[in-house]
Design a protein around this ligand. Structure first.
Ligand code: ASP
Ligand code: MG
Length: 413
């Protein structure tokens, strides 16, 4: 017998018929002899509606505490409805809010971090023969205030609960069949991966693949809990996110991702002195602007250029801050561009395979796509290009690396 945590996302519980379907799935898992705990999101569209209401009545920056009180209600509806549907099938179940399972977080409203979970409360429901149905996305801080974990946070609730229960697996039920080599809506030849490592999944999630919240992958990786991303609309196997050594097929490139929600800022003619980077990035960080790629050119005649990317919604703020601080670092001027895209290739096999970067640049050059910025890590290469070439870049890179390379995974070294 194994203990499985099942997470159902918003589309999986999007209407009463789908909630009934989830109830049947949960009961079937129990009848197959497993112990099961369930974690659910709000019904699809619900959280967006709540966020829109918060803005309508609370302005652009509603009180974070009240925002959390409001948006956490979406999940609370789902837990009650799912338990009712399980009861209709003649099985025992009980709903729990974040507070009721002692899911404690820090007090950083709207993006709180999980500190601890009272696993005993969940275990006793399971031993009493009940299916615990837990509200994702929410917890409480040490003063009892309701907190939420950031958009997509139910993934993190589910994995953290799986870790606390030392579950055998955490199943993430969603509206796609698994993790794909790229966005199937953009590239019809995209294929589902059977397995992918935590490291690759982390890169893909931070690079724009939206199937899992990044923090959930970090939790799973720390405890080695396997995540199974699969569809709630069919019985097929999805994608297992597992330890590197459990990935059989060590592909050079297992994913091509893109992100069109960043903008580029360039500070030109900065003095090449100690403290310059701190003087520019300090104000950004204090303003809560998260900087992604940073590139500093080699200096010539004692001056250099600093280029970086920020979320597009923070672009205006970043430009203003840079203009305010440019003079203090002797910069000549500040330029920016919002029409950019970051396109990346990710794969474990890059660790032991030379020439991937060169091949990537050749593929893009052959299409006449100019590369503006490049960053790399051990298992990924990212480039910034003009936004209008996103689809072309993704299609040709997928064709060159995934479709052509699919038949010949790199041998283990
Ligand atoms: N309902 C929340 C959201 O839409 C949390 C989640 O679904 O994971 O972001
Ligand atoms: Mg999600």
């Amino acid at each position: 017998m194994s203990l499985i945590v099942q997470k159902f996302g918003g589309t999986s519980v999007g209407d009463p018929e789908r909630i009934r379907n989830v109830a049947r799935r949960v009961v079937a898992t129990k009848q197959a002899g497993h112990e099961v705990a369930v974690v659910v999101s709000a019904m699809s569209g619900e959280t967006n509606q709540l966020v829109a209401l918060a803005k309508e009545l609370g302005g652009q920056t509603p009180s974070p505490r009240e925002y959390d009180v409001l948006v956490s209600t979406g999940e609370q509806k789902t837990i009650a409805l799912l338990v009712m549907a399980i009861h209709q099938l003649g099985h025992e179940a009980r709903s729990f809010t974040g507070a009721q399972i002692g899911l404690r977080t820090d007090g950083d409203h709207t993006r709180a971090r999980i500190l601890s979970i009272d696993a005993d409360r969940i275990r006793s429901a399971i031993s009493a023969g009940e299916v615990p149905v837990i509200a994702g996305f929410q917890g409480t801080d040490d003063e009892g205030n309701i907190t939420t974990l950031g958009r997509g946070g139910t993934d993190t609730s589910a994995v953290a609960i799986a870790c606390a229960l030392e579950a055998d697996a955490c199943e993430i039920y969603t509206d796609v069949d698994g993790v794909f080599t790229t966005d199937p809506n953009m590239v019809p030849a995209a294929r589902k991966l059977d397995r992918i490592s935590y490291e690759e999944m982390l890169e893909m999630a931070s690079l724009g693949a939206k199937v899992l919240q990044i923090r959930s992958v970090k939790f799973a990786m720390a405890d080695g809990i396997p995540i199974h991303v699969r569809s709630s609309f069919n019985e097929g196997e999805g994608t297992w996110v597992v330890r590197e050594e459990d990935v059989m097929e060590r592909l050079v490139v297992s994913g091509v991702t893109y992100n069109r929600s960043e903008a580029k800022v360039r500070v030109l003619g900065v003095k090449d002195n100690p403290g310059v980077a701190a003087a520019l990035f300090g104000p950004l960080s204090r303003a809560g602007v998260v900087v992604d790629m940073i590139i500093q050119n080699m200096s010539q005649d004692g001056t250099t250029d600093m280029t970086f990317t920020v979320p597009r919604e923070d672009y205006e703020r970043a430009m203003e801050l840079m203009k305010d601080h440019a003079a203090s670092v002797g910069a000549e001027r500040v330029e920016g561009d919002q029409e950019i895209a970051k396109v990346s290739v990710v794969g474990l096999g890059m660790k032991d395979h030379a020439g991937v970067a060169a091949q990537m640049f050749e593929v893009l050059a052959a299409e006449g796509i100019n590369i503006q910025l490049i960053t790399t890590s051990e298992i990924k290469i990212s480039v910034v290009i003009e936004e209008k070439y996103t689809e072309l870049a993704v299609r040709t890179l997928h064709a060159a690396f995934v479709e052509a390379g699919a038949a010949e995974p790199v041998a283990e070294v």
